[in-house]
Design a protein around this ligand. Structure first.
Ligand SMILES: [Zn+2]
Ligand SMILES: [Zn+2]
Length: 342
């Protein structure tokens, strides 16, 4: 089969190679990949700014069909339409696994990072990491279940968002647009903020339910202040992964607000921690998800509370990955899919 492989550490070193098809262990299933979605993390791995363990097949956002089932698998059958958590191995007995925080497991392997991922024709995955796609969710929409779960974790589990809260989402990339929808599903009023060049992303944000969209460089935050008696947002989600976006979240949050960190920065940044102290912000980093997060995510997707199809801006055959990565890097559009090739 053909797979997009990080062949060596360092910047670049990505190549589509002919590799053997994976063989499922007894507790695993073999999945024929129907669609994979490119994530910012894939770019960070390309740039060697995120953990990677070459040689490794990239891709951790996917949907497909079960084509082979290991002997110890009980909940899935051949033909099931599935999507997957990234976790391929968690130890099951560390403090974090035992409390359901599998994303923090001390001995965790994730697909597309530590072990082979889904930018290929087939991927093998353990049973407990798989979720059946709701019938009304096609493979392309389903391939974005993973970033949806990231947003659901941030909005539903890390933050405490209540109906009527004024929520600031900074960074209208895919995860920002998913956080926006998750916050709307709770009944919050959402102000979505972008940077120069984010016009299309903000326009989609408006379509997906944002109450106010604005560009930080040119628009004022008066509307946010008007809504909040001049105080600022009750909850801010930093989804841009940039210093400017984080500074803005701190500046536009009210005293005592929750500041949820969702975007990875990829490098060190300087922040005015004094302001977070003086404002007594509750800073809540949010990373990956729990199994329970996915159960909730699948329901929100199935109910149409979170829509991923509008985020698809383009599809590329796996062999055109470099072109697709460049487009993602240019922050044009939203999500780009890589489709397997024979
Ligand atoms: Zn991702
Ligand atoms: Zn563990």
């Amino acid at each position: 089969m053909k797979a997009l492989v990080k062949t060596a550490s360092g910047i670049g070193n990505l190549e589509v190679l002919e590799v053997p098809e994976p063989v499922p262990l007894p507790d695993q299933l073999k999945i024929e990949v129907k669609a994979g979605a490119i994530c910012g993390t894939d770019l960070h791995i390309h740039d060697d700014e995120y953990v990677n363990c070459p040689p490794v097949i990239l891709g951790h956002e996917m949907a497909g069909v079960v084509v082979e089932v290991g002997d110890a698998v009980s909940r899935f059958s051949v033909g099931d339409r599935v999507t997957s958590e990234t976790f391929k191995l968690t130890c099951g007995h560390c403090r974090f696994c035992q409390t359901g925080l599998i994303g923090l497991c001390v001995d965790r392997d994730s697909m597309g990072v530590h072990v082979d991922g889904a930018f290929a024709n087939y991927v093998c995955q353990r049973e407990e990491s798989l979720h059946k796609l709701p019938d009304n969710i096609d493979f392309e929409a389903g391939s974005m279940s993973e970033p949806s779960a990231v947003a659901v974790r941030a909005v539903y589990e890390r933050a405490n968002v209540s109906p009527g809260d004024v929520v600031l989402v900074s960074g209208p990339g895919p995860v920002g647009l998913l956080c926006l929808q998750a916050a709307k599903s709770i009944g919050a009023t959402v102000v979505l903020v972008g940077a120069a060049g984010d016009e299309n992303r903000l326009a989609l944000g408006k379509e997906l339910g944002a109450d106010v969209v604005l560009q930080a460089a040119t628009d004022s935050f008066d509307e946010l202040l008007d809504m909040t008696d001049g105080l600022g947002a009750d909850v801010a989600f930093e989804c841009g992964g940039s210093k400017a976006s984080l500074d803005q979240c701190i500046a536009q949050s009210r005293k005592g607000a929750q500041l949820v960190l969702v975007g990875l920065f990829g490098h060190e940044i300087a922040v005015s921690l004094d302001t977070t102290i003086i404002k007594e912000l509750t800073v809540l980093p949010s990373f990956t998800y729990r199994h329970r997060t996915w159960e909730r995510t699948m329901r929100l997707l199935g109910d149409g509370k979170i829509k991923t199809s509008p985020l698809v801006s383009g599809r590329f055959p796996l062999t055109d990955w470099a072109e697709a990565f460049e487009i993602v890097r240019g922050r044009q559009g939203h999500k780009y899919l890589l489709l397997p090739v024979d």
